[in-house]
Design a protein around this ligand. Structure first.
Ligand SMILES: [Zn+2]
Length: 479
């Protein structure tokens, strides 16, 4: 609908300044793809990629890179591949601009999470079209970004669009838990190939509920996942003789203390703007709670957070570093008191949290010298995290493209989940998470990303490709 409105207002504008040859030249210069005609081609790339099994582990993302290489070669678009391991290649394509501005990077990941084939109605790599949907592992996470990036490169090249900045397309491996072969490898060893002013990638979506688009998330930052193991120690012995200092009891007290801990509440520029904009869209009682959060006294704010912890836990989590105990281990048999017991905590830190101070505080909260607090290193994110600004041409371009394509408002978001945007922000790139329309009710029924029936509304794939094009061309097209 907004397409039509935009076309109409452009027509009015042009007729107002008369159909001079200058105007004609300008309209010619605004080379726009014929989107309807591109749908079969978009679908073909999307389905072809869905049919490649790149589940991670083991990955085999090179399969996707080989496919993309063939397409790019046929189109005459230059690209390079970078592989830490032969089967796990990354691909970088680049269209050169005149260098007046620094590059823009489009990023998508080619791996997917694993599948349990028995739970799928349509086989997970069949790319079946049914009832307006396309089913398959990766149909939401993250093939749409790959296909949108690919189609944007193809159309920029075919239409020979003059560019003020280089447009880079990165198809990266290993996002789902093995970033050492993907983004870490690219950032640490080949950063020149992907360095940019702006980046658009995953980790947000456009929320639709019962057929109505509510808002467009644009992720400007994300929480930092950390893992901690609590190890409680105590005397071992025969269980018929209870011992004070029993490690299992000690561990239980520690878990209870950690769960009761109200970690400090903090807003950052992203979450402050998020709640301000959501308040304008929310029902009156929710809007009142948000106003309290933004302007209330500490006691009032605490009350609101208490309410959200029960009713909207996502909001409560956005306001503080969160802790969820997830794994407990201890003991071998009923009549043996074990000498230690362990619990694993999933911690999601606010972007500005100081990990060492936080762990020290955690130890004070547990207040037991016989419980060790051991941070666990894992592949991926623990780096200083940036927050991308909402006061930039990049963010404004996304807002305009959202209005044009989806007729809704942008809400800057701090994603609770992690993505590879974090590594790019840490290097100073203004990185924005964008995404396709997702039906909120779909997620609850198991059709979400990582779910056993992942699917996308076919028409939303096409709309996302257009949206992505609008964002990139409005930032890169030569003026
Ligand atoms: Zn993803």
């Amino acid at each position: 609908m907004m397409r039509g409105l935009r076309a109409k207002s452009l027509t009015l504008l042009f007729s107002a300044i008369a159909a001079s040859s200058v105007v004609f030249a300008q309209t010619q210069a605004l080379r726009e793809p014929d989107w309807k005609k591109l749908e079969p081609e978009t679908l073909q790339h999307f389905q072809s990629l869905l049919r490649l099994d790149t589940t991670n582990p083991p990955g085999n993302e090179t399969r996707a890179v080989e496919y993309l290489s063939r397409v790019l070669t046929a189109e005459g678009i230059p690209f390079q591949t970078f592989a830490l391991e032969p089967s796990r290649a990354n691909l970088v394509a680049r269209l050169k601009g005149n260098g007046r501005k620094r590059p823009i990077l489009m990023m998508g990941h080619t791996d997917t999470v694993t599948v349990e084939p028995a739970k799928w109605t349509f086989p997970p790599f069949s790319a079946t079209r049914d009832g307006g949907y396309i089913y398959g592992r990766g149909s939401l996470d993250d093939r749409p970004h790959i296909v949108a990036g690919l189609m944007t490169m193809i159309m920029l090249k075919r239409l020979n669009v003059p560019l003020d900045r280089d447009v880079i397309f990165l198809a990266e491996s290993g996002e789902e838990g093995t970033t050492r072969v993907g983004i870490d490898f690219m950032v640490d060893q080949h950063f020149d190939a992907i360095d940019a002013e702006y980046c658009v990638a995953e980790n947000a979506f456009i929320q639709r509920n019962e057929g109505r688009i509510q808002l467009a998330q644009v992720a400007t930052t994300e929480k930092v996942p950390r893992m901690v193991e609590l190890v409680a120690h105590g005397p071992s012995g025969h269980a018929s003789v209870p011992l004070t200092g029993n490690a299992v009891a000690r561990l239980s007290r520690a878990i209870a203390a950690v769960s009761a801990w109200q970690t400090p509440v903090r807003l950052n520029p992203t979450t402050r703007e998020y709640f301000t904009r959501v308040a304008a869209l929310a029902a009156p009682d929710e809007a009142a709670r948000i106003r309290t959060l933004l302007n209330g006294t500490p006691a009032q704010i605490q009350e609101v957070i208490q309410y959200w912890a029960e009713h909207t836990p996502m909001y409560a989590s956005m306001l503080r570093t969160s802790i969820s105990p997830t794994i407990v281990n201890g003991g071998l048999r009923v009549n043996v008191i074990p000498s230690d017991a362990t619990a694993t905590l999933d911690i999601r830190m606010l972007p500005d949290e100081n990990p060492d101070q936080f762990f020290a505080e955690l130890k004070r909260v547990i207040n037991d010298p016989l419980v060790d607090v051991k941070p666990v290193e894992f592949d991926g994110k623990p780096r200083p995290l940036g927050i991308s600004t909402i006061d930039s041409d990049g963010f404004r371009a996304i807002q305009t493209a959202v209005a044009q394509n989806y007729d809704t408002v942008v809400v800057p978001t701090m994603a609770n989940g992690a993505s590879d945007n974090a590594q790019l922000r840490a290097k100073g790139i203004q990185c924005y998470g964008i995404g396709t329309v997702r039906d909120l009710e779909d997620g609850l029924k198991g059709f979400a990303s990582h779910g056993d029936q992942e699917r996308i509304v076919e028409s939303e794939l096409y709309r996302f490709v257009r949206f992505n094009w609008d964002v990139v061309t409005s930032l890169a097209r030569a003026r």
